[in-house]
Design a protein around this ligand. Sequence first.
Ligand SMILES: Nc1ncnc2c1ncn2[C@@H]1O[C@H](COP(=O)(O)OP(=O)(O)OP(=O)(O)O)[C@@H](O)[C@H]1O
Length: 360
Amino acid sequence: MNQNVILQIAGLYKRFGDFTALHSIDLKVHDGEFLAIVGPSGSGKTTLIRLFVGMDEPTDGTIWLRGQRIDTVPANQRPTCMVFQSLALFPHMTVGQNIEFPLKIRGMKPAERTARALELLDLLRLPRSYHGKRIHQCSGGERQRVALARALAFDPEILFFDEPLSALDYRLRKTLEKELKDLHARTGKTFVYITHSLEEAMAMSDRIAIMRAGKFEQIAPADDIYNRPVSRFVAEFMGEVNLFPLTVEESGAASAGSFTLPPRATARFGLVAGDPATLMVRPEYIGFVGAGTETEPDLSVRGRVLNEFNLGSRFQYEIEAEDGQRLTVETQRDERFGGAIGDTVTLGWAIDHCHVIRGE
Ligand SMILES: Nc1ncnc2c1ncn2[C@@H]1O[C@H](COP(=O)(O)OP(=O)(O)OP(=O)(O)O)[C@@H](O)[C@H]1O
């Protein structure tokens, strides 16, 4: 990925009657980037993609592709934009006919079309013999690859994906996630990928844009979004999290209900008395403090184990602190809590693993 901007939008609005689906959106997508757009249902993800590809018009604002304004250009004259729709294959046609379809409507000669289709089968790691195979004879995963080959047929610079894997079972989804990431690396193309799934976004993308009610709440690399969310909404959207509202006192210490943050910690986060803020710590950074614990943790809480959940590679615990707050803790399998449900435990973690979210 380089820092050249391939796609830029500024002040984009979309209204449906009285309802504003997109509120003054700005975004820059870099050349060769894999950008995931994540957000709850109804946040405006599909509306945004429809504007990119010309399936709908913005109420206000501009879209540029490589510095050229495209929001006023009809969809069929935006050759660099293709939407990947896995379910839009023609079932009665062969794999080859499907892949060649966009080339045929653009007038490419049959021999050239077939050569291109075979190249794309190679790229998608499908056997060349599939060229004559009917779509209904292909498995779900193969169909996804054919749809991708078709989207790539005209060599678009950007591919837009609208939840392509959401209907697939877990194993196939995981396989295709890896294949998509690999395809992105091999083609060097720009991918803009809409998903509900945080896991998918984390696994594949260079940056994640979190959408909420028609606006971007945060746009950043996955690690930043996960470890340094700008709001409670982003923190909670990005998986399990422990959030403690802080009351910063004149002394510099901050009360977090079941524990107190020492002045050196509040100073480090730049908090002063009266600042509204929330302390965040992810479940995997909290550990059980026992006789064998080598160093005293910076912060600790006593509580009771309410539940244990086996997540496969990890274990998750629900703990009730003495002030009634619920905490979520995750350990690796080999660090599983040795006691019983109902036991009183001490939990501890490092200030380095805390993040402060400012504001109400
Ligand atoms: N043609 C339309 N007329 C009126 N309202 C619309 C229209 N299209 C979308 N909306 C509204 O705009 C909002 C955003 O819809 P959009 O489909 O973009 O959400 P989304 O984030 O893609 O959701 P999902 O994840 O469920 O697909 C929703 O409240 C939706 O009801």
